[in-house]
Design a binder for this molecule. Structure first.
Ligand code: ADP
Ligand code: MG
Length: 550
């Protein structure tokens, strides 16, 4: 087949343009991205080899080759490789949702760059982190990239080339080795842009050591292996730098921002495993999509087995990233087995416990980080209040809620500690927004009485309040339901009762949808309010059921 020229998908083109114009100040990371992809490809090949002997390879490795004269840098792996369709689909397009929006904001930032350089760069880096530019980062340093690849087991290979302007060429080649090589044609060195000489051996060594030391395949240059290949989770915490953890997190999560917290654990005894987990600092866009990718990486004795193992975490902690390395599982374990394995269920329970305990610790030692965590992941964590009752206490312990007591969310422990003499329940009201709930007539008596009310406005709040009775012995009570026993509520006098008898009878007659209209002293400024039966639905839940057609 002859050479074809194709266009990058529109969003890919925009991203490339941003790369070419270097919105990201740290250019070194292009090498990390190429090595990370090579490592992923080697993992995939190893897995394919387990199923099909002919796909096995003796010496899985990554090779870096620099040519000072030609100003090229080549990263080569003998991993899984790509077919022609895969090259077009994976390299020519960006399939992630929300890309267009992110790109628009990146562009805006770039417009500001001259005036507010640092701030704009910070924001841009964060935006990029939302999808990770991956392979395209190579265009920060390249004026041409040549990718040669052959999928393991396929007869022919593919040559792909682009100078990052909007089109690429692609052709079939007969003699490509299995795996992938990416040849980077470096732009002329540019002092102003701090474009280093990436053909310099010392520079390459330094970058690999800094960003890719933990990669579990050898990264070689000539005869030398540049990385230690040490599994980070197996090393004592005191020996690993924060930076190394962060790089590892980036590799496994494909997130460019630093994690909020690192959780390490080791279980010894009959069933041994080690885990290294990370709390991200930002919720992914697809956190609430059922089919979104999530889960931990599963290793067995340092060997990568499965990505996205959901079975290792309960759903409400699905945002946690990391690795579990179990000593006693079979290397051939499949997803199907994983779902039923008793040991895996045990690991899941232990990890969940440990994660919740770590978040509680975070609350104590870094309030700011905790607030970020809860803002990003609170609604997901609260879904856990719908499963196993034995976890409720641990979840409620780390939860915080908006409340009438102030602008900042409060924990339940703080709420209970503030309860005045005579109050014996945790009062709450659910609704769509803080303003809506705060202005509800139901609130009046509580305001008068100076009883604090939790303002629950996440969709999941409607549901968990039905499932959870109390926090540490103090019951939850909706203020929109039945007999809320506020002792301000005096009986209306006989005189008042007589005065209103006729109008009440008429209202009871006329308002078909209302069960009963009665006189109250509960309101201080509103003329009327709707109250649910003690076991009736909350207004918002009623609305939700109606919307679902029930
Ligand atoms: P990500 O690694 O986050 O998926 P990248 O932009 O880095 O995104 O890479 C896009 C895709 O291209 C990868 O998911 C992978 O399928 C494919 N790819 C990139 N480099 C290689 C490689 N060396 N070998 C095989 N596939 C690769
Ligand atoms: Mg990648």
């Amino acid at each position: 087949m002859s050479t074809e020229t194709l266009e990058f998908q529109a969003e890919a083109r925009q991203l490339l343009e941003l790369m070419v114009h270097s919105i990201y100040s740290n250019k070194d990371i292009f090498l990390r991205e190429l090595i990370s992809n090579a490592s992923d490809a080697l993992d995939k090949r190893r897995l394919a080899g387990l199923k099909d002997d002919s796909l096995k390879t003796d010496d899985p490795h990554i090779e870096i080759e620099a040519d000072k004269e030609a100003r090229t840098l080549t990263v080569r792996d003998n991993g899984i490789g790509m077919t022609r369709d895969e090259v077009v689909g994976l390299i020519g397009t960006i399939a992630r949702s929300g890309t267009a929006e992110t790109l628009r904001r990146l562009k805006e930032n770039r417009g500001n760059k001259e005036t507010k350089e640092n701030k704009a760069n910070g924001e841009s880096a964060e935006l990029i982190g939302q999808f990770g530019v991956g392979f395209y980062s190579v265009f920060m340093v390249a004026d041409k990239v040549t990718l040669l690849t052959r999928k393991a087991g396929e007869p022919t290979g593919v040559r792909w080339e682009s100078d990052g302007d909007g089109t690429y060429t692609i052709e079939t080649v007969e003699d490509a080795p299995e795996g992938t090589s990416v040849r980077v044609h470096l732009r002329p060195a540019d002092e102003e842009d701090a474009l280093y000489d990436y053909t310099d051996e010392g520079k390459i060594r330094e970058i690999v050591k800094r960003y890719s030391d933990f990669i579990s395949f050898p990264v070689r240059m000539g005869e030398a292996t540049l990385n230690s290949m040490k599994a980070l989770w197996a090393r004592p915490r005191s020996e690993v730098s924060e930076e190394e953890y962060h790089e590892f997190y980036r590799h496994i999560s494909h997130d460019w921002t630093d994690p909020l917290d690192i959780i390490q654990m080791r279980a010894e005894g009959t069933f041994e495993y080690e885990a290294l987990l990370f709390l991200p600092s930002r919720a992914p866009r697809d956190l609430y999509q059922r089919d979104a990718r999530h889960g931990l990486q599963l290793y067995v004795k340092r060997v990568f087995i499965l990505d996205d193992s959901r079975e290792l975490l309960p759903d409400h902690l699905r945002f946690v990233k990391g690795v579990v390395d179990a000593a006693d599982l079979s290397l051939n374990i499949s997803r199907e087995i994983l779902q039923q394995d008793r040991h895996i269920q045990l690991i899941r329970r232990r990890l969940a416990k440990k994660i919740l305990a770590s978040i509680k610790e975070l609350m104590g030692k870094d309030a700011e980080k905790y607030r970020t965590f809860w803002r990003e992941f609170g609604p997901a964590v609260k879904e856990g209040l719908l499963d196993r009752a034995e976890d409720h206490k641990a979840i409620l312990d780390i939860a915080s809620f908006a409340s009438t007591a102030g602008e900042e969310p409060t924990t339940l422990a703080d709420y209970v500690a503030r309860m005045p003499e005579g109050q014996d329940k945790i009062y709450f009201m659910t609704g769509e927004s803080r303003a809506q709930v705060e202005n509800s007539p139901h609130m009046e008596a509580f305001r008068a009485k100076k009883y604090e009310v939790l303002l629950l406005t996440d969709a999941v709040d409607e549901i968990w309040v039905e499932a959870v009775r109390d926090y540490d012995g103090t019951e939850f009570q909706s203020i929109t339901r039945g007999e809320v026993d506020l002792s301000t509520e005096e009986e209306p006098s006989a005189e008042e009762a007589g005065e209103y008898e006729a109008v009440l009878a008429w209202l009871n007659e006329t308002l078909d949808d209302v069960k009963e209209v009665r006189l109250t002293t509960r309101l201080t400024s509103s003329p009327a309010c709707l109250v649910s039966d003690t076991d009736g639905l909350t207004p918002a839940l009623e609305k939700m059921y109606k919307a679902m057609g029930q």
